[in-house]
Ligand binder design. Sequence first.
Ligand code: PRP
Ligand code: URA
Length: 209
Amino acid sequence: MSKVTEMKHPLISHKLAYIRSKDTGSKYFRELVEEVSMLMAYEETRDLETEEVEVETPICTTKCQMLAGKKMAIVPILRAGLGMVDGILNLIPAAKVGHIGLYRDEETLQPVEYFCKLPQDIAERDVIVVDPMLATGGSAADAITLLKQRGAKKIRLSTLISSPEGIKLVEEQHPDVDIYVAAIDEKLNEKGYIVPGLGDAGDRLFGTK
Ligand code: PRP
Ligand code: URA
């Protein structure tokens, strides 16, 4: 079964309150999404392997731990996932970035794929799929399926706000994928929006409404 980690950190809760507010404009919204994504990446990478290396300090030689060179990929679901990429790259600058374009049909709420460009060696990389919103879960579940079809094996999902329904769907379809979420909200409304949520993440990031 997927491991679901809800971030319970005062800094994340504080920033998330501003992200949710309808009075927060696109510039500040973008900055906050980036900051929260970076804070979440700290937790998401907790289990990365390290190896012992020898380092010479100005005083003596000592044994230290460094990342074991495992290759990472960050895969945002377009458009809103783009807002989370730079925050994670701040911590993992060597990660490659793939893109999966999906939009949710407003009537059926089903995800429609329109773009997919992944690093060539995606099958050898640990992947973090990023999307601020996990609503019905359809977009994230489809993106993960696509990644698996291209050979990706170790996949994590990072999302700012999830509904219980979205988590359930991803858990059912991809029990091998661990889910990291800043907050699990109450429910979906009749239009498939998360309540209380933050509204439409793509529109708020890019000022398109
Ligand atoms: C939003 C969001 C997710 C999806 C979540 O994207 O960023 O990708 O909806 O909904 P789901 O869990 O029910 O699939 P949207 O389709 O609005 O596209 P956009 O990012 O281009 O605005
Ligand atoms: N997509 C969003 O951007 N917000 C929601 O609440 C649900 C789907």
